[in-house]
Design a binder for this molecule. Structure first.
Ligand SMILES: Cc1ncc(COP(=O)(O)O)c(C=O)c1O
Length: 350
């Protein structure tokens, strides 16, 4: 019944989304509620506006983002979550092949298949870091590159100087997915560089650091030709990707800098505290630049840690796609109270 193409699709498998009853530390959502400004916008929203189509160009939202990023409006593109922005970007930027770190966000190979691109997975170091300069030679005549920085699920970042050096020397197009950049102490956003160069696009999301995963809003920053290309792709698919409510909520959230800064700070403080406590107990934890920790229990394997925690109603994420990461679990940073319960359960694992 289905088209041949659909029969052969291998879709992304998303983290479990249970209805309740769990301490949910499995999909890197933000532990604190969105800014109070969001509630005010929702309470005051004029429902008559829903009679009309929303602004297809999200002009006010684009302006807000441009101001925040210190770039021009023509350097910003907004979409329905960064997943959608990434999908459009794959289509707009990559022709034949796309390279990506072989331990990274698992949507990249899915998009590559969907758009008929040849996949070039790049090997990580044994310590799970990604040495981008190591790949300069093998990528000389390539293609495109996409990477998450900070990376998921490892939580590690590429050396900032190495990333800039690589981008400046690379002939193909590059997408840097900065979904977790706001939690980084080491990595620095390259969104300004993206405006300056002709081969770099930066993608960000409001799902993590703005506590708006349920809203679906992401954006790209890049040179105006890339941004026009993204509009071309979007308008060949669906012109109204962001509804009127989402546009207003996103603006209010982005404008509340005080709340953003204070909740990010709290999340980083909790992350560092939990990381140090786990290390003191002898567990192996990578140096996270994100809102999650990648943890290897000192003697239990990742699958066992995942299932034993789930039995105690604590949901974390386990990946068995690669032997380098199957000993680990990925644990989203929750509130201090979530993390206390996590630590009690984790310390009791046998
Ligand atoms: C690296 C990375 N990029 C993009 C996304 C997608 O985020 P969004 O909710 O904006 O689609 C995620 C979500 O977990 C992610 O981990």
């Amino acid at each position: 019944l289905l088209s041949y193409k659909t029969q052969n699709l291998i879709p992304y498998s998303f983290g479990e989304q249970p209805k309740g009853g769990f301490i949910k530390l499995n999909t890197n959502e933000f532990p604190y509620p969105p800014s109070q400004a969001v509630g005010k916008v929702l309470a005051g929203f004029n429902s008559d506006l829903l009679r009309l189509y929303p602004d297809p160009n999200c002009s006010e939202l684009v302006e807000t983002i441009a101001k925040l990023e210190g770039v021009k409006k023509e350097n910003v593109f907004v979409g329905n979550g960064s997943d959608e922005v990434l999908a459009f970007s794959f289509y707009a930027l990559f022709d034949k092949t796309v390279a990506y770190p072989n331990i990274g966000y698992s949507f990249y190979p899915v998009y590559a298949d969907f758009f008929g691109l040849k996949k070039v997975p790049l090997k990580m170091q044994d310590d799970l870091s990604f040495d981008i300069l190591n790949h300069i030679d093998s990528l000389k005549n390539a293609c495109g590159l996409v990477l998450a920085n900070p990376n998921a699920p490892t939580s590690l970042s590429v050396e900032p100087n190495d990333l800039e050096k690589f981008v400046r020397g690379f002939k193909g197009n590059i997408i840097v997915d900065e979904a977790y950049i706001d939690f980084a102490l080491k990595a620095k956003s390259v969104s300004k560089l993206a405006v300056e160069l002709d081969n770099l696009l930066v993608v960000k999301t409001l799902s993590k650091s703005y506590a708006l995963a349920g809203l679906r809003c992401g954006y790209a920053v890049g040179n105006s030709e890339f941004i026009q290309g993204l509009h071309k792709v979007k308008n060949s698919f669906n012109s109204y990707t962001l509804d009127a409510i989402a546009q207003s909520v996103a603006i209010a959230s982005l404008q509340d800098r005080e709340y953003f800064n204070s909740t990010i700070k709290k999340t980083i403080t909790t992350r560092e505290k939990i990381k140090n406590a786990l290390k003191t107990k002898g567990h192996f934890v990578l140096n996270s630049d994100a809102n999650f920790l990648f943890i290897k229990h000192k003697y239990l394997d990742g699958e066992k840690v995942y299932s034993n925690l789930k039995a105690k109603n604590i949901l974390v994420r386990h990946f068995n796609s690669n032997p380098l990461i199957s000993p680990f679990v990925r644990v989203t940073i929750g509130t201090d109270s979530d993390m206390e319960q996590f630590m009690t359960a984790f310390n009791a694992l046998r």
